[in-house]
Ligand binder design. Sequence first.
Ligand code: B4P
Length: 193
Amino acid sequence: MFNLILFGPPGSGKGTQSERLIAKYGLKHLSTGDILRNEIANRTPLGLAAQSYMDKGHLVPDEVVIEMISSALDNNPQAHGFLFDGFPRTTAQAEALDKLLAQKGTAISVVLALQVEEEELVKRLLKRGLTSGRSDDTDEPKIRTRYAEYQKKTAAVAEYYKKYDKVVDIPGEGDVDEIFQSLSREIDQRDRA
Ligand code: B4P
């Protein structure tokens, strides 16, 4: 089983590149951001609880997203690999994911970490905010808060996987197709059996 984490700060291209990667490699896409937005759209209790965190640019509590991923793994027994997008975002989430995968006799194969500077991230997210309807993309202070959350809580996830030699940094600025090719090269080098 080939399990990939696409890692990076908010706006680094995780969602953009995930769409292409799942089409090429047939992985099951698990985006905690998409799942949470879907829960909000359906006005479920989980969605209503998550919305207040997301609107402020804060991370949703670990236990909520870990439970979501646990169910998603159970609901996809036929998958021959997963692409985790926006998860894990804390070391507690990374530890929980490793345990869930170990219970299924598998593990993370590689963490591809998109590298993008803060000012470029802010520019991209404000641009997306003009059309996305996402309230967390529309004002700069909220976007800066998301980046601060990333620095404070999420950057440590890369350090966690570096201990296991699983992280590859990928330049994430420039042409979307070229970035996709860099990601594909790393995947193609690995055993995907
Ligand atoms: P996410 O949905 O994960 O969203 P994101 O980090 O904002 O965006 P992403 O990185 O996927 O965007 P992309 O670059 O593709 O999270 C939203 C919120 O959900 C979080 O703030 C948090 O509250 C909550 N949440 C989610 N997961 C959680 C977890 N595990 N734990 C706790 N809370 C969680 O796109 C950005 C823009 O850049 C797009 O407009 C795109 O077109 C553009 N773009 C992409 N590549 C480009 C390039 N090369 N050049 C120019 N523009 C580019």
